[in-house]
Design a protein around this ligand. Structure first.
Ligand code: ADP
Ligand code: MG
Length: 271
């Protein structure tokens, strides 16, 4: 199949860039393989759809503003044996978002809460969901600034049009009165409308300390826990363990790499 100026023009008008780029090569290939016209068309249509989906996912991931590239595939579940891998993979299918449910990832520092939150967020982006990442402090600041500039409605509207919002590190820093109220209003806005993934180092019983207000924290927990999957991650800091292991490896220069892998499994099994 040769280039056809008129066809090129129509494909541009129809915004089918993959058809435009591929039809010559695919046409030749199909002719060589003796494929029918429908197969030729199907092949092009599949490529166009795949490219559109990839671009959409990449755009949504960009717009989500994740602070790092973390994937489920890079998460070492053997390091946290008490974490139910099946449950996490089930959550990655994003059905909780369809049901407007939320996730709380709770556990001490370094166990992979942010990693898992980002990985679930990126998965949601790939499945066509609009996602936004905030740290709890960043979110409180965004609201404080918006309030000063009278843009709160714009921020609310943006939040309302997301399918999933990540609020990372709730509890690391106690919130002032204004910040606590802003976050409370935000959680109220999202209630039964936008799914949330909240990561926290504190159990719910200590949330009043973050918010500095028993009633506010109580009302918030009430809303958040209504439709929530609480995923507790127990264990030691992954970073700390990794650096300890690196230290150990240096101390034992004859250790074979396979043995290190074996070590990791033994350690996690004995936890
Ligand atoms: P948290 O948010 O719980 O404090 P992070 O998710 O920031 O912990 O994890 C700290 C670092 O360790 C990150 O670079 C993360 O990718 C890595 N990490 C933590 N747990 C795991 C794990 N089970 N498998 C692979 N990497 C991990
Ligand atoms: Mg974190």
């Amino acid at each position: 199949m040769k280039k056809n100026v008129l066809l090129d023009s129509h494909l541009k008008t129809l915004k089918l860039p993959t058809f435009l780029r591929e039809y010559e090569k695919t046409g030749r290939q199909c002719a060589r393989d003796g494929k029918h016209y429908e197969e030729f068309l199907l092949c092009l249509a599949e490529m166009e759809v795949a490219e559109r989906e990839n671009k959409g996912a990449a755009r949504r991931i960009r717009q989500a503003g994740f602070p790092a590239e973390k994937e489920l595939a890079d998460f070492d579940f053997s390091a946290v044996p008490k974490l139910n891998k099946r449950r996490v993979l089930e959550l990655a299918r994003c059905e909780y978002i369809e049901r407007r449910e939320s996730i709380v990832l709770a556990g001490p520092a370094g166990v992979g809460k942010t990693h898992l939150a980002i990985a679930l967020g990126r998965e949601a982006c790939r499945r066509g969901k609009k996602v936004k990442f905030f740290t709890a402090c960043g979110l409180a600041t965004a609201y404080a600034e918006a309030r000063e500039e009278r843009h709160v409605q714009r921020l609310d509207a943006h939040a309302r049009t997301r399918h999933l919002i990540l609020v990372d590190e709730l509890g690391y820093v106690p919130l002032g009165q204004g910040a606590a109220e802003n976050l409370f209003n935000f959680f109220s806005l999202c209630y039964e409308r936008v799914s949330l993934i909240v990561t926290t180092n504190l159990p719910f019983s200590e949330w009043p300390q973050i918010f500095g207000d028993e009633r506010l924290a109580g009302a918030l927990i009430d809303r958040l826990t209504h439709h929530v999957h609480v995923v507790e991650i127990q264990g030691e800091s992954y970073r700390l363990r990794a650096s300890l292991k690196a230290g150990k490896a240096k101390d034992a220069p004859n250790a074979a790499p396979e043995q290190e892998g074996g070590d990791a499994q033994d350690e996690s099994a004995s936890q």
